[in-house]
Design a protein around this ligand. Structure first.
Ligand SMILES: C[S@@+](CC[C@H](N)C(=O)[O-])C[C@H]1O[C@@H](n2cnc3c(N)ncnc32)[C@H](O)[C@@H]1O
Length: 224
């Protein structure tokens, strides 16, 4: 009997599996990292001083937890039920922090809230068509609000939606492809400008050691 194809949310259910014994310990939330190199580059100051923030695709939720511990009211929305359940279990009791299960565009379109900052750390922004997502983000930011995201630096010349194989999956599940959107910094800046964002800064932050993968860093605002 043929299997139903795996959905993207099910794919992300399998992200960062725990192979240890007993309950998985929570990661440290003592820092806000935009890159995959702990302590490298800027931290939460990129977001300004928000009172209400939304993270798109937080998975483990450590950046959201870090912000909440600084007094920010934070919601993390992720469409993987497994990631949401794990984040809720780890950060239960953290004041001002909540996790919702949902697809980023649908959540932004349905929830009436307004945020001073919407951000994503190698998260949903990377895996969602910006032409669909950016208008939803724009509508939910307060005047002067910040939209910031990071992801792997793009491969030169491979722009637009790129297929990503399920490298950590097994058997036929590996056939599933998930798309991620890749553009050069100036291309991200053009897309943001076209959707009404201002004060745009898009650049690649080099890795701490030469030859390693850099990080695409993007920050923009809605007009005040
Ligand atoms: C690579 S993980 C990164 C998460 C985390 N920020 C980190 O650095 O470990 C991407 C996360 O984005 C979520 N995601 C991807 N596309 C999404 C979408 N359209 N809506 C909501 N969540 C999404 C996935 O479920 C996954 O948890």
């Amino acid at each position: 009997m043929p299997h139903a194809p795996m959905t993207p949310a099910e794919y992300w259910d399998k992200y960062k599996p725990y192979k240890g014994e007993g309950a998985q310990p929570a990661p440290q939330a003592d820092r806000f990292d935009w890159t995959q190199y702990p302590g490298h580059g800027p931290g939460s100051e990129v977001l300004g001083r928000p009172l209400h923030a939304l993270e798109l695709g937080p998975a483990e939720g450590k950046e959201a937890a870090h912000l909440a511990l600084q007094g920010v009211e934070v919601t993390g929305v992720d469409f993987s039920p497994v990631q949401v359940e794990r984040a809720r279990a780890w950060w239960r009791g953290t004041p001002g922090l909540s996790f919702a299960q949902g697809e980023a565009c649908s959540y932004l379109s349905s929830a009436p809230a307004e945020y001073d900052a919407i951000y994503s750390v190698w998260g949903a922004v990377w895996f969602t068509d910006p032409e669909d997502l950016f208008p939803c983000v724009f509508k939910r930011l307060s005047p002067g609000g910040v939209f910031a995201f990071s992801q792997a630096e793009p491969v030169a010349g491979s722009y637009g939606p790129q297929q990503m194989w399920g490298k950590w999956l097994e058997g036929r599940e590996r056939e599933l492809t998930v798309l991620r959107w890749q553009y050069a910094p100036e291309m991200w800046a053009d897309i943001l400008k076209r959707h009404g964002f201002t004060d745009i800064d898009a650049h690649v932050l080099k890795a701490p050691e030469a030859g390693n993968l850099g990080t695409l860093m993007v920050r923009a605002q809605v007009p005040a």
